[in-house]
Design a protein around this ligand. Sequence first.
Ligand code: PLP
Length: 449
Amino acid sequence: MRGGRGGSNFAGMSDRREFLGWLGAAAAAGLAWPRSVAALERRLGAGGLLPSAAAAAGVGARSGAAGSFGPGPGDDDFWELVRQEFLIPSDRLYLNVGTLGPQPRVVLDAAVEHMRRVAMTYPPGVDWSGLEQALGALLHAQPAGFAFPRNTTEGMSFVANGLELKAGDEILTTTHEHIGGLCPWQLVAKRHGLTLRELPLPVPPADAGQLVDVFRKAVTRRTRVVSVSHVTFTTGLVMPVRELVDLLRPRGIVVVVDGAHPPGLMPLDLGALDPDFYASSPHKWLLAPQGTGFLWLREEWRTRLWPSVGSGDWDNLKLGAQRFNHLGTLDESRLAGLAAALAFHQAIGPERVHARIRELRRRLAEGLATVPGVTVVSPPDDGLVAGMVAFTTGRVPALELQQRLEKSANMRTRVIGEHGYGWMRLSPHIYNSPAEMDRAVELIRKELA
Ligand SMILES: Cc1ncc(COP(=O)(O)O)c(C=O)c1O
């Protein structure tokens, strides 16, 4: 049976042994990448996924939570081993996973392996059901709710185009949305005569309640949809999605979440958040291949939402969310890579990954706050921010600073020029080190002096 009824009470692959079974099945089907994941975990000895590593570490039976034993966020020897799993040149200072995650070797290998087998005319294809289960287990979501568009932009477009909205209906969003979460609404608003209102948010907000109040004050009788980023691309602000659902659902308002960032970045319990739709891009923090997205639909929408692409079975409601996967011939190698990315993430341990990112981000934010001319605009409170630090760049325009850092230090940053903000944004991940955070701060200090 595919999936349970509630989201947070999902009992599918909550036991990691089932995940192992999935890997085992893939290995038995002749695929090489599951063996690479096993070898990786033996090398790391992280105690994340495989019992072999736990046994080697002498910790006995597995605890339920990956990452609850073994190396912590400050164990630099361990993280140096992790860095070696990436193809990033040693002199490259990559601080832009918020745009695109570099794939670890095992992910790249899985995608290439899939492409090679296609060229050889060999099965198997991708185990889509296993993928739904693995994703559901990580994100505490019903596996049957997943569809696999290419990215957040496509997922958000499926939602905007698939809802039945009419002239005069109102959509509320914020002035912190990425074009991928904003333009789908602009398009349908223009085409159907809808009203789209972009609400400013406090930068930074004092607390989550202040953010909920923005919407409480703005909703009208005509509001049909509220569309927000779970984590904004502008500052890394974490929006209080559950509180928004509590406010809006009783009013019959559909809650659409642009969740491009959270998977792989922070703990995510989709069942508990319970939005109507959640679109994401695992090619960011989950380090999956480029062009790997998902859209999660709440149960009622799996049969109600209109597909945007007409293909076989588009109206076969028994297929539920899978109707949105019928998009003609696809490049499934990205999904083979997603499977490996999920295994890589589990092998290191989600909690361990989240903690390391949190530490690096905090070090960066604290360092930047000491640089003359810099004002950090990301929230200072760990509960309100994830993964990213955005800041003003004093007398040097952000674009110029970006070019200088790229040229002088081989450092990749992101400029937030959208909505006229003019900030610089840095986003570290597990392949970065505390020393790189310090180096980035000193490089910026030097450029702004
Ligand atoms: C919040 C947010 N939404 C949507 C997108 C678009 O993602 P994609 O290009 O994968 O569709 C991004 C990309 O940076 C983003 O940060």
